[in-house]
Ligand binder design. Sequence first.
Ligand SMILES: C[S@@+](CC[C@H](N)C(=O)[O-])C[C@H]1O[C@@H](n2cnc3c(N)ncnc32)[C@H](O)[C@@H]1O
Length: 380
Amino acid sequence: MTIRTICKQDKIYLTIIGELEDSKQIGELVESLSISETKNFNVTFLGANIIPKSIIEKLFILQEDKKCNIFVLKRYLFSYLQYLGIKCNYITKKLTFKKPKDNISYEKEKLSQEEIYIFLKDINNIYGYDYTEYQMDSIMRRINIAMIRERIYDFNIFREQVLHNQKIFHDLFLDLSINTTEFFRDHEVFNMIKNKILPYLNSYNHIKIWCAGCSIGKEVYSLAIILKEADMLSKTQIYATDINPYVIEEAKNGLYSITTLDKDIDNYRNAQGEKSFIQYFDINKNYIKVKEELKKNILFFQHSLLSNGTLNEFNLILCRNVFIYFNDALQEKVLKNFYNSLDNNGFLVLGKSEGIQKNNGHNYFYKYNEQNKIYRKINK
Ligand SMILES: C[S@@+](CC[C@H](N)C(=O)[O-])C[C@H]1O[C@@H](n2cnc3c(N)ncnc32)[C@H](O)[C@@H]1O
């Protein structure tokens, strides 16, 4: 990362090029933002996809004092900062713009499953991300969205762009990763974990939990809250993983928009939360920040469920609302991997609209509570 600093009259212009990689660089940037009490800042993030918590907080304070304009080049970062209530300006990219031919409208050009499959194979060969066994309909919808956004109306041109331009692939990668989540999503599932699974796990001296496809972390922090209230957090190690490295960074930051706080509190109450939801957060004007006590036992890292090899001997695995994007064959592969990653009698929790019926899951798991999609490993 490089920071370019220019001082002009009453303004300091900071341009940050590249990713913020280590705590030293982060410290340097926070220091640069603190150098002047009197001057205003113009901060431009040219390369970064992620901004760590300490910088976000500094930017927020500067903005509150009306001392800072922020510009970002990256769409993903722009959305994240906006979501947290940090106003920023999006520097739009200059795109290769191909006008649709008069007689071929975009809608008329239907993509065939075969050409998409070949395209996905090429993506895997070049970039190492394998989407060939994701649900084809969903992939096709996402590709359509990406083409409209890039204003490329011809699939072959789009294909070439993605395969030869890492930036365009990168945006498509983000389109393919759907990160919808909430605190205590499907509160009945958390009731079951609290009332049935935790009392069982409490007999262990040390507990290991894997939250796979954790997105921006709300699910794993919900879990940490119920563990804390059961006085079990300190003896638990939670692995929280996702294929998307940016959501992992957001999860580590643990900053969330305050706009959903009423819903979060409702969900927490419905999940039989015993205390006050906000006691686990520092509340800011626009966002809430997860307290360190919840983070201590969570290890966040990027990991794809398609990678070979098991992770560890877990007592409980949560993988909710991820299977819906996979075809049945891929679901079976991942179930097999979960089977190998669980200890005897281990629990698996899937999403509300997922299950083990169509993917041969009954070879590895039996139903524990079908309504909430909770299964247990078959001991062979
Ligand atoms: C809809 S979110 C679900 C978040 C959370 N589990 C919940 O239920 O609220 C799906 C997540 O799965 C992740 N995902 C998709 N494919 C994956 C893969 N192959 N390996 C790991 N995570 C994946 C996405 O990046 C996304 O964050």
